[in-house]
Design a protein around this ligand. Structure first.
Ligand SMILES: Nc1ncnc2c1ncn2[C@@H]1O[C@H](COP(=O)(O)OP(=O)(O)OP(=O)(O)O)[C@@H](O)[C@H]1O
Ligand SMILES: [Mg+2]
Length: 356
């Protein structure tokens, strides 16, 4: 599994349409608020062009890609944290994800109902964010009560009190800059505003001429938010998608890239990378966090690999595609034997040697 991603936003903004495109599904995505009334789960393969290159050298029977999971929930509305609308019941599904995709309506189309009768992206974003803030606030308060009942006055309470203070000032916890130790202590609470977010601006042909669009870009850039501008309508799938964000600006032109951009942005934010296992029967990509050691990666494939780990045989991707066969790779000393603490590099081709 690559990573796990939750799709949120106001009702009727294009969440399920996006979900369908990402996961190649066909759940209802119709023109009325609360079309989605239960959580939908779906997976999308993570395209890694390097798999195709490896495949052209090895000619395996099977190619298996790593994949990521998406969950699409009902739209959130103002007052969701007090029980209004449907979305709040599903926030729990979002709490278990690694990354949030926040879909924002930027398209003009009078026939598509807007719950506030007016396209106003910044206002819409702030409504949703405020609901998430209140939801986290409630969760922190509940957790503190629980801890106090147990009469434990520990570090967790102090960190949570700090979080409450920050949330009460209308901030998202991801901006609090908690240390890794603090994050670890409160990890189990699954606070939503701690999770990284990618804003998806669902635009129409004329969105960019609207005065709200410039204001929106300013608003995003000021906050260093990551956003992707996309026309989500299925019939527009073949048109351009522009990945616009402050640091990486790309123009890509096909559907596969559309999915890929969201996934690649997720990889960057979550600091993930792929390694490969290569054999005649199957070549396969696996996703791991940057900094993963050989033995941790072995566990990802099979616990036996970890239990009986002896060493790993590593070929870097660049060497593999240059020398192409074992004989040449050996001749030029490009097959390395590494121990369990070796830090895996992006694109490494790995064979784990183990005994159980
Ligand atoms: N860029 C766009 N331009 C015009 N219409 C769009 C665009 N994107 C989505 N729509 C339309 O908006 C309607 C709502 O889409 P969708 O069902 O995906 O929204 P949703 O956010 O999942 O809604 P809900 O919260 O009710 O489940 C659909 O009719 C869809 O075709
Ligand atoms: Mg929906």
């Amino acid at each position: 599994m690559g990573f796990h991603c939750g799709i949120i936003g106001l009702p009727n903004v294009g969440k399920s349409t996006l979900f369908n495109i990402l996961t190649n599904s066909n759940i209802p995505a119709k023109n009325f608020p609360f079309c989605t009334i239960k959580s939908n789960f779906g997976i999308a393969p993570v395209f890694d062009d390097r798999l195709n290159v490896i495949s052209s050298i090895v000619n395996p029977n099977k190619i298996t890609t790593t994949f990521m999971e998406f969950v699409d929930i009902a739209g959130l509305v103002k007052g969701a944290s007090k029980g209004l609308g449907l979305g709040n019941q599903f926030l729990d599904n979002i709490r278990r994800t690694n990354l949030i995709i926040h879909v924002v309506r930027c398209f003009n189309n009078d026939s598509i109902i807007h719950v506030h009768n007016n396209v106003n992206p910044i206002y819409d974003i702030e409504i949703i964010n405020m609901e998430l803030i209140i939801s986290d606030l409630q969760l922190c308060q509940k957790e503190i009560l629980k801890l106090k009942k147990k009469k434990v006055h520990n570090d967790k309470i102090i960190i949570l009190e700090n979080c409450i203070h920050f949330l009460q000032n209308g901030n998202m916890l991801r901006d609090l800059n908690l240390s890794n130790i603090e994050l670890k202590i409160i990890y189990d609470i699954n606070l939503i505003t701690l999770k990284p977010v990618i804003y998806i601006f669902n635009i129409s042909e004329d969105s960019k001429q609207e005065s709200y669009f410039d204001k929106l870009l300013n608003y995003m850039n000021k906050r260093n938010n990551i956003f992707i501008t996309i026309k989500i309508l299925e019939e527009m799938q073949n048109e351009y998608l522009k990945l616009e964000n402050n640091n990486y600006l790309n123009l890509v032109k096909n559907d596969k890239s559309k999915i890929n951009d969201i996934i690649q942005t997720g990889y960057k934010i979550l600091k993930l990378q792929n390694f490969f296992t290569v054999g005649k029967k199957e070549i396969r990509s696996w996703t791991i966090p940057i900094g993963t050691t050989s033995i941790q990666a072995a566990k990802k494939i099979h616990t036996d690999f970890q239990r009986g780990f002896i060493r790993s045989k590593i070929i870097s991707y660049v060497d593999f595609i240059k020398f192409k066969n074992e004989h040449e790779l050996k001749k030029f000393g490009k097959i390395r034997i590494e121990g369990k603490n070796y830090i895996i590099q992006d694109g490494d081709i790995i064979e784990f040697l183990f005994k159980v």
